[in-house]
Design a binder for this molecule. Sequence first.
Ligand SMILES: Nc1ncnc2c1ncn2[C@@H]1O[C@H](COP(=O)(O)OP(=O)(O)OP(=O)(O)O)[C@@H](O)[C@H]1O
Ligand SMILES: [Mg+2]
Length: 263
Amino acid sequence: MTAPVLRIEGLRKHYGGVVAVDQVSFNVEAGTITALIGPNGCGKSTLIDCLSGFLPAQGGRWFLQAQEITGRAPWEIVKAGLSRTFQTVRVYPTLTVTENLLVALQARAVAPWTRNFFRTPALRRLEADSRQRVREVIDRVGLRAVADLPAGTLSYGQQKLIALGAAVVERPALLILDEPLAGVNPTLCRQIGELLAGLRDEGMTLLLVEHNMDFVMRMSDKVVVLDRGRLLVEGTPQAVRADPRVLEAYIGSPPRSLAKEAA
Ligand SMILES: Nc1ncnc2c1ncn2[C@@H]1O[C@H](COP(=O)(O)OP(=O)(O)OP(=O)(O)O)[C@@H](O)[C@H]1O
Ligand SMILES: [Mg+2]
């Protein structure tokens, strides 16, 4: 078996007296979709924020493709091959769709200003390659018709697609998505599902935080359940769905498909 793309050992994070993530350990295997689920406030976003360097953690270590990334800055972690989207969609509203993706791409391929100044052949080649890659991704997320419009003038769903495009344009080893379906209509949900399955089939590894249980159960190779900051259960979608501890964790707001199964 190949080494996991992400290995998390004992990640711990508290906000003052509130323990948000409590000694969580799990692996994300190469070429799979792992879903991270759990009731509101159980620590999913906090865990992702720590992994991607946006929040400092109080304990634990984590490794991307066997390279330790604990405590590194977000840009270093991106460079190591981890890309993410946010629960609240983030795009540059005044830049066009194409420009948003070019910025995402160039954030990594930082050209020294001298190369920029002298417009060397190497830089021109880099630019041509970047534009080609951006066009590919825009087609892939279905935004060709609006590629030259400012992101801020597009719908919420379209902005989510831009954020997704920006996250994959560099072909990351690991893509982490925080609620990609939240606020999205059923047609777009299907489109995003196909897109994510396609990325996985091409060898990308995904860690998906999502409340839509039908989607999670259909898409995931493995499901990890958090409850009040702790890892409650991990296993196949079938095993997790059948586990009474999972339904219990959700009592008060059981997700529809789990409640249906238990009835
Ligand atoms: N900046 C903060 N300061 C203090 N407490 C916080 C902060 N951010 C989150 N928390 C607390 O940490 C816990 C975990 O929150 P987090 O946002 O990680 O949950 P989540 O699983 O992503 O929830 P949701 O499904 O609603 O997005 C909650 O108890 C939350 O109130
Ligand atoms: Mg969250």
